[in-house]
Design a protein around this ligand. Sequence first.
Ligand SMILES: [Zn+2]
Ligand SMILES: [Zn+2]
Length: 229
Amino acid sequence: MVEEKLSVVVEEYLQEIYLLQSRDAPVKAIHLATRMQSSPSTVHATLSRMQRDLLIQIDKKKNITLTEEGEEQAKDLVIRHHLAETFLCDTLGIPWYEVHKHAHHLEHAMTPLVVEKLAEFLNYPEACPHGVPIQGYNSSYLQNSIPLDQASPGMHIKIVMINEYLEDSEELLKYLHEKSVVPGSEHTITEILKATHSITLGSEQGQVTLPFDIAKNIRIEQVVSNNTQ
Ligand SMILES: [Zn+2]
Ligand SMILES: [Zn+2]
């Protein structure tokens, strides 16, 4: 059987559905239309094609789920995406907040051999530059982490992951970078304000206030300091 290569558009959709699925809410065509900035009719046409090719299922409530085959393809794409990001950042020196969009172009051109060799070349990284675990290598990476919006005042924390979901806004990532909210950086939670749905964190580089909507897409670990009694 000759395996047909998936089109770039279908690959993008698979990745988006996979990402949306990970948020534990039903995935609908409207979410894709928003995320892909496409018209409902374009989205509908692509989804029909994907359903025909047994990559997705659409139930009576119009909820979209990946089939086993779709999920396998999506996982493979996500690995390619994260390896491409790591290569662009670590090897080529492109800033971490810019690599996402470039990786989106590269990932479609990588053959299985390239993926294998790249993983070896990068020494099987456990996470992409945003701290998103690269599947298959280390699933315990986020084991001790919680979303930033669930931290408590006074907590000393380390940023471990900035969710892929935020990566489409380079402006936001750049802002986080300027405020030193980058994977690996340490901060103290200064204030959590329910009234404004915001959380303020401080470090030697200064303070930054983030809305809960952004904070919930950032994962942190509590840092327990050894030199306090
Ligand atoms: Zn990315
Ligand atoms: Zn990433």
